[in-house]
Design a binder for this molecule. Structure first.
Ligand code: KIV
Ligand code: NA
Length: 266
């Protein structure tokens, strides 16, 4: 297979070919995910939770993101690599965001992801105009779990949905070339996906998105504690980790995962 490029991802969205994305933090899993046909690997700041044992993603440093981004890039050959800009790395100024994003980009990230709507638009424009592709992240945004008052579905009700749609459109207009929607009612996520020309990747956002993402440890059923509604353990019925990841890719591509009634929100 050919390496995944931005035009290919936009084309997949346009044609309704589902995009399979997973979080990845090291070279061994990057190699495994690449072989399994994962389209997009995310070095998520969820590594604060699953690798460092922290309560939230807030304490994750840029150094941690750089360390894992380098490892994933070394193990990967074909997937599109997205790296999270961690908390406190893009909040003060667009120039500071550039300096931090550029470090991730130099180590092999093809795109950086940042959370939030409205206030990030200027930064998104600044990065994309200078050659670093950006992925937005709306809905439930883990870096602001404290101010959101917990793990809550976002984009509900007329005002919630309208605000989400406005922020999504603004991100696209600012130059973002991908968008993650987390914990959003399926119907709202579907509307956003259909209204944008850039791919929308859902996590707890229903089947109507251009693709899906899960945290690797969650879909392997090895995360500590209660797993959220939108997670499915792909190790159940799989003989190996390789097979579980392959099944995830196959089911996302076939549109059999997620099932809105089981994994989605209203
Ligand atoms: O950090 C992460 O794993 C993420 C995904 C859940 C989208 O941002
Ligand atoms: Na993240």
């Amino acid at each position: 297979r050919k390496p995944i490029t931005l035009p290919r991802l936009l084309d997949m969205h346009a044609k309704g070919e589902k995009i399979a994305m997973l979080t990845c933090y090291d070279a061994t899993f990057a190699h495994l995910q690449d072989e399994a046909g994962v389209d997009v690997m995310l070095i998520g700041d969820s590594l604060g939770n699953v690798l460092h044992g922290a309560e939230s993603t807030v304490a994750v440093s840029l150094d941690s993101m750089l360390y894992h981004t380098r490892s994933v890039a070394r193990g990967n050959r074909h997937a599109w690599i997205v790296a999270d800009l961690p908390f406190d790395s893009y909040h003060v100024s667009k120039e500071e965001a550039w300096r931090n994003a550029a470090q991730l980009f130099k180590l092999g990230a093809h795109m950086v992801k940042l959370e939030g709507g409205g206030w990030v638009n200027e930064t998104v424009r600044f990065l994309t105009e200078r050659g670093i592709p950006v992925c937005g992240h709306l809905g439930f945004t883990p870096q602001t779990v404290v101010s959101l008052g917990g793990f809550k579905v976002q984009g509900r009700g007329d005002t919630g949905a309208a605000l989400l749609k406005r922020h999504a459109l603004e991100l696209q207009e600012a130059g973002a070339q991908m968008l993650v929607l987390e914990m959003v009612p399926s119907a709202v996520a579907k509307e956003v996906t259909e209204s944008l020309r850039i791919p929308v990747i859902g996590i707890g956002a229903g089947l109507g998105c251009s693709g899906q993402v899960l945290v690797l440890h969650d879909m392997l059923g090895i995360s500590h504690g209660r797993s959220p509604r939108f997670v499915r353990n792909f190790m159940e019925g799989s003989a190996s980790i390789q097979q579980a990841v392959r099944r995830y890719v196959d089911e996302v591509k076939a549109g059999t995962f997620p099932v809105d009634a089981i994994h989605g929100f209203q």
